[in-house]
Structure formats: C-alpha cells, structure tokens
Design a protein around this ligand. Structure first.
Ligand SMILES: [Zn+2]
Length: 42
C-alpha cells in the first residue's frame, strides 16, 4: 500500500509559497502556505 501513497503524492502539484511563490519541498503542517524563509520572517 506504500506504493499507492507515493503515487498519490506524486500526482499532487508542487506546493508554492503564498508570499514569494517559490516551490515548497518540505510540506509541514505548521508551515502553511509559506516557504521556510517566509515562515521564519513572518
Ligand atoms: Zn516564501
């Protein structure tokens, strides 16, 4: 079933930062829609 989960995430579009528009590689719940830089600043 792990393979199905991987395919699921692969099908998802890359998440982008709502502030600078840069793609967010690591998706943490606490990060929201901001990348690591914007999250640190804000
Ligand atoms: Zn950003």
């Amino acid at each position: 079933m792990i393979q199905s989960i991987v395919e699921f995430f692969k099908d998802l579009p890359p998440k982008k930062c709502a502030e600078c528009g840069e793609p967010i590689e690591e998706q943490h719940e606490c990060y929201g829609n901001l990348c690591d830089q914007c999250n640190s600043v804000g």
